[in-house]
Design a protein around this ligand. Structure first.
Ligand code: ATP
Ligand code: LTN
Length: 331
């Protein structure tokens, strides 16, 4: 039997998870879980690149684990762990820093965005953030990295770093590919459909969090910004607001854009927005129930973390040993 390929992905515990992270990343993780060898991390060391509250970071790390499981990731089938529990990530990141160019990091759009948003704290960690991400991915000899569209550039940089390293030392790292969903790769803010829905900018009404109450979700969709005209039609250029809602509705219901256009032909935006709200509530209800059940059993969640760290370390240490022996002829 052919060996399963490997997947790695992660989300930082920098805020409450949004519908964007679910549609762009976690939903795909769940779909891929049976056919791949999967590593799903809570990347807490990435979260400290912006100022944070340590107690909130700790709380969110546990909550994020409960959400991963509630979304359908089985910790027996997938290795679910916290990045900082596996020190190999930090060590490999340092080595890879020495094989990453200043110019490459300067071109990263996430760095440019975040430096604008946190102009008072443009620290070196924010700059070298993509190198730690490369270490995350390369430690597990990853084939595929399921992420939203905004992370494509970082996965491409990871490939460049790995190819550079392999070019000098031989085949130390597998070269990974990004895996971006066809629908829902960039869910937009409901109040500003030209800006990405983002968990660290949870403005009133624009962002849906996975744990939001049904009435708040319905209200947010009712107030979602739409476009001129009245026709429900997929056209991201002319109708960014409606097209964003169509993506959400398509993912929630499994319908194609043509089916949605037919369903709402002759109806107004109001009916459509209501339907998207209801479909989102229906998608999130079972997930929220499972989340509440899991959060009542913290001991179980801590056990998952301990086992995840152990399973991840075993694989990560192997790659790190290979790096040490090739790069420094030690070990
Ligand atoms: P932050 O605001 O703290 O930067 P974020 O909301 O952008 O966080 P991340 O933790 O950076 O979320 O992303 C987690 C995963 O979800 C990544 O794979 C990312 O590409 C994906 N993702 C995040 N937001 C969206 C979105 N609006 N649409 C589609 N995918 C998204
Ligand atoms: N940089 C990503 C989070 C992230 C990640 C990873 C994603 C850190 N390490 C490894 C995929 C694989 C972000 O900002 N969303």
């Amino acid at each position: 039997m052919e060996e399963k390929k490997t997947i790695f992905s992660g989300i930082k515990p920098s805020g409450d998870l949004t519908l964007g992270s679910y549609i762009g990343a976690i939903k795909k993780w769940v779909e891929l879980a049976d056919s791949y060898n999967c590593y799903y991390a809570i990347v807490d060391m990435h979260a400290i690149t912006v100022r944070h509250d340590p107690a909130a970071l700790r709380r969110r790390t546990l909550e994020q684990l409960a959400l991963y499981i509630a979304c359908g990731l089985d910790p027996k089938k997938n290795v679910i762990f916290v990045q900082s529990h596996v020190p190999a990530h930090a060590e490999l990141a340092w080595v890879l820093n020495c094989y990453t160019m200043f110019g490459e990091l300067s071109r990263m759009t996430q760095f440019k965005d975040k430096s604008q948003k946190h102009a008072d704290n443009i620290n070196a960690g924010l700059f070298t953030y993509p190198v730690l991400m490369a270490a995350d991915i390369l430690l597990y000899q990853t084939d595929l990295v399921p992420v939203g569209d905004d992370q494509k550039q970082h996965v491409e940089l990871t490939r460049d770093i790995a190819e550079r390293f392999n070019g000098i030392y031989g085949d130390v790292f597998k070269i990974p590919e990004p895996y971006i969903p066809k629908v829902g790769a960039r869910i937009m803010n409901l109040q500003n459909p030209l800006s990405k829905m983002s968990k660290s900018e949870q403005d009133a009404g624009g962002c849906i969090c996975l744990l939001d109450k049904p009435e708040d979700i319905l209200r947010a969709f009712k107030r979602a910004v739409t476009d001129s005209g009245s026709e429900v039609r997929y056209d991201p250029q002319e109708k960014p607001g409606i097209s964003n809602l169509m993506q959400i509705y398509a993912v929630c219901t499994g319908k194609s854009f043509e089916e949605i256009e037919r369903e709402f032909a002759g109806k107004g935006y109001g009916d459509f927005k209501m339907a998207v709200g209801e479909a989102t509530v229906a998608l999130l209800r079972p997930l929220q129930e499972e989340y509440n059940r899991l959060m009542a059993d913290k001991a179980y969640l801590e056990d998952v973390f301990a086992e995840g760290a152990q399973r991840a370390s075993a694989v990560a240490e192997k790659t790190l040993a290979k790096v040490r022996s090739e790069e420094r002829r030690v070990g």
